[in-house]
Ligand binder design. Structure first.
Ligand code: ADP
Ligand code: MG
Length: 337
């Protein structure tokens, strides 16, 4: 049983950044406006995610890390119009299976905070102990893969794992300008990434990707159907909105930067990246920076929110991709003509 759990957990959590993503999603689902991350050795030794969200009630603590324990899904139909990032109740179960998990939480109404440790999904004795805490929740993940040397060996260097975390956090920061994010190495004063809640997306792009990209951003605003300049077909059976930015500087990185958010989820969509890259290439022989926030009815997209396989498939894949890449191409040609 334990072995099966370990294997299943290993699918969800393969490296520190996977745990960070799950904890970030949970923090956002809890309505946080400030999220702070700290890591030791790129998250391999320790990672912590502190939020100022609604906290966890004492009576919910015993089952917090039980597999399929979620407070977010009430019926199967909810799946199509889910407003939360998580719903499987798998993340904390997985994390507590492959690492030492400590939770410090305080709901606004509670007088004091509570501190709890979990091992293999169960609460460790003596159970919740009172402690000083601010409103919100902190998750501390120690010694990832402590019982699995093979998994540990498969990880990159501390610097590599940390770079992955910073990359992910930058994406979250840009897509959630209403939330402040920070990330630092434990023990250091200066955060390596720091955004302030309420800053414009453009300013966050400046902080994360530098001034030259931030200065040359063209806003993308696309609505389909309804946009007269880009009509796909008269009887469109699909609808979506896309907003964001494309940089028109000659960003010289080796790879383009694509930040794609679909129905609130930061995802990977290689097909969309490829068609955007092609659109950009026809304008400049260079690599793009593109941030795109796409919204469409839940039944027209399969946002596979599995933490390690976030490849997205659209129902009207071709139409949507060409709509978006045409719009981006138009936009880029605009300033020249
Ligand atoms: P899911 O997000 O799919 O529901 P998780 O395993 O990620 O499953 O989390 C289990 C439950 O723990 C959540 O449904 C939520 O009720 C609670 N929880 C997790 N993280 C937080 C947090 N940062 N603040 C408040 N509640 C949380
Ligand atoms: Mg979750």
């Amino acid at each position: 049983e334990e072995v099966i759990q370990q294997i299943a957990a290993g699918e969800v959590i393969q490296r520190p950044v996977n745990a960070i993503k799950e904890l970030l999603d949970n923090a956002l689902d809890a309505g946080s406006s400030q999220i702070n991350i700290a890591v030791k050795e790129g998250g391999k030794k320790m990672l912590s995610v502190q939020d100022n969200g609604h906290g966890i009630e004492r009576e919910d603590l015993p089952l917090l890390c039980k597999r399929h324990a979620t407070s977010k899904l009430r019926s199967f139909e909810d799946l199509d119009n889910l407003s939360t990032l998580g719903f499987r109740g798998e993340a904390l179960a997985s994390i507590s299976t492959v690492a030492h998990l400590t939770v410090i939480t305080k709901a606004a109404a509670a007088v004091a905070g509570l501190k709890i440790c979990y091992k293999n999904t169960v609460l460790e004795p003596p159970g919740p102990l009172p402690c000083a805490a601010q409103n919100g929740t902190t998750f501390i993940v120690d010694d990832l893969f402590y019982s699995n040397e093979q998994r540990r060996k498969a990880l990159g260097s501390a610097a590599e794992e940390y770079a992955r975390i910073l990359d992910l956090l930058g994406r979250y920061a840009i897509s959630r300008p209403d939330v402040g994010f920070s990330c630092k190495k434990q023990g250091e004063r200066r955060p390596d990434l720091h955004t302030v809640a309420g800053t414009s997306a453009q300013d966050i792009i400046r902080v994360v990707y530098g001034a030259s990209i931030a200065q040359s951003l063209l806003p993308i605003e696309l609505e389909e159907p309804g946009d007269k300049t880009i009509t796909a077909s008269a009887d469109t059976s699909f609808s979506f909105t896309a907003s964001g930015f494309v940089s028109c500087t000659h960003y010289s990185g080796r790879k383009g930067i694509f930040i794609i958010r679909i129905n609130g989820h930061i995802v990977q969509c290689r097909a969309l990246e490829h068609s955007l890259e092609a659109a950009y290439f026809s304008y400049a022989r260079n690599k793009p920076f593109i941030y795109l926030d796409v919204k469409l009815p839940g039944d027209q997209v399969d946002v596979n929110v599995h933490p390690t396989k976030h490849e997205v498939v659209f129902l009207h894949q071709e139409e949507i991709l060409s709509c978006i890449s045409d719009a981006v191409e138009c936009l880029l040609q605009g300033p020249i003509r």
